[in-house]
Design a protein around this ligand. Structure first.
Ligand SMILES: Cc1cc2nc3c(=O)[nH]c(=O)nc-3n(C[C@H](O)[C@H](O)[C@H](O)COP(=O)(O)O)c2cc1C
Length: 168
């Protein structure tokens, strides 16, 4: 084996998971961020962990409200979902500009992204600073799925979003 950088490692592990983190701040602004660094963290209670850069807008809103949703967009949202990773909700209205549609959540204020294969409603239970990111740990308070939709994954590191065919 040859020695490689952590960025090369992330290309080698592609496709990587992908989700849209949706938040709603106390002013009522809905924001959507592209995120690959998420994982299931516990079954009982159902828990996930997400890592967001401290330079982004999303982390601050999660700290402020203690809530977010994670939506795994279907193929029809590939372009809009990718765009949510190219600019910040600090100075853009991504929820309005990219033509995404939303549906109200049952247990949190942040809405779920319509046309997703899966959506998790999440309530913050803890956070851990990790270098230039913060890991937010959250209990999953409701789960919704559309089995007709194929979720997209991050390909070539984080350069593209793609859906995959299962080949037996
Ligand atoms: C495919 C893809 C995956 C990404 N994954 C992450 C991630 O896991 N964590 C992170 O902090 N930023 C990630 N980003 C970058 C953020 O989405 C980007 O910095 C965004 O502008 C942050 O938005 P916000 O400032 O509205 O929170 C990803 C971007 C793309 C395109």
């Amino acid at each position: 084996m040859e020695k490689v950088s952590i960025n090369e490692a992330q290309k080698i592990t592609s496709p990587n998971p992908f989700a849209l983190v949706t938040t709603k701040n106390t002013d009522g602004k809905v924001n959507v961020m592209a995120l690959s660094w998420w994982t299931y963290a516990s079954n009982h209670p159902a828990t996930v962990a997400i890592c967001t850069s401290d330079r982004g807008f999303t982390g601050g809103v999660i700290k402020e409200t203690g809530e977010f949703t994670l939506s795994m967009p279907g193929e029809s949202l590939r372009e809009q979902a990718f765009m949510c990773g190219t600019c910040s909700g600090r100075d853009r209205d991504k929820a309005g500009e990219f033509g995404l549609e939303f549906e109200d959540s049952e247990t949190v204020g942040a809405p779920r992204v319509k046309d997703s294969a899966l959506a998790l409603e999440c309530k913050l239970t803890g956070s851990v600073p990790v270098g230039d990111h913060t890991m937010y740990i959250a209990e999953v308070t409701a789960v919704f799925a559309d089995r007709e939709k194929r979720p997209v994954f991050a390909a070539e590191g984080y350069r593209k979003l793609r859906a995959f065919e299962v080949i037996e």
